[in-house]
Design a protein around this ligand. Sequence first.
Ligand code: APR
Length: 308
Amino acid sequence: MNKKVTVVGAGFVGATAAQRIVEKELADVVLLDIVDGLAHGKALDMMQSAAVESFETSIVGTTDYAETEQSDVIVITAGIARKPGMSRDDLLKTNAGIVGSVVEQTASRSPNAIIIVVSNPLDAMTYLAWKTSGFHPSKVIGMAGVLDSSRYARFISEAVGCSIKDVRAMVLGGHGDTMVPVPAYSTVNGVPITELLSSDIIEQINHRTRHGGAEIVQYLKTGSAYYAPSSSAVAMVSSILLDSKRLLPVCAYATGQYGIDGLYCGVPAILGQSGVESIVTVPLSPADAEALKQSAHSVKSLTDALSI
Ligand code: APR
């Protein structure tokens, strides 16, 4: 029997993630949105590409949480984007209401699922999802580091002039301006980029990575990135469903690693069928360790603002 993935939110990120999951034949998908007909229409459209794309997995669209029962993975992309004049706190409160209600509706119907949160502000929403679900923290994970690292990898391959296939990049910390690209663990086929690029170029790339989401919003004007975010979420879904145990930077519940305790923040972790199987700790340079501490500090302020 196929695995089952529920994707909540049939907007740009959710629908594209759903499309990637069925096209890769990773699982059958239930796509759910609060807007009547939206998920249904998109799911029908995707199913009508199955003959051409040649996939045998299925997707249904719905507004009814009963259809999400016994999912193996739940991907949460529901939420609103920050609108002009809206403060970060306003966004936090609005999306907290949405993510909280989505978790209430899904967690009880799929008590053995792994939850992957994509909605922003990511680190705080993941913490909220964990608290609301009552799940073990290893089963609630946020998607940010895979995306930020994928952006970093792209910029590295451009700067070095090498194949993207040889680049491995690592970005830790919160999903925002304080994220921490780690050059020492970003390599071209094992060669750290510090051996290949000047510190000025590395700093330029780090800066572009930190503002990678904003750069795209500037062009799109009315929306935010969704191709790379959906790819990144699906990489996590895949590692969980296939039990690949990939080492990926994800937003996980830290219990003292890197000096971060009782907080969801971006750290390297092994992802397998039980979710976060371990957080991998590696030595960081004093500058990167300090930057990660500062990033965790800003994640904590946002998480504390949830008052839960
Ligand atoms: N239940 C289900 N779906 C909801 C709910 C809810 N309570 N509230 C909103 N939605 C749906 C909307 O109807 C919409 O279809 O969530 C979807 C969000 O889609 P988009 O507005 O297209 O946003 P998207 O670009 O997909 O981003 C979604 O991911 O990367 C993050 O910052 C981004 O938080 C945002 C999220």
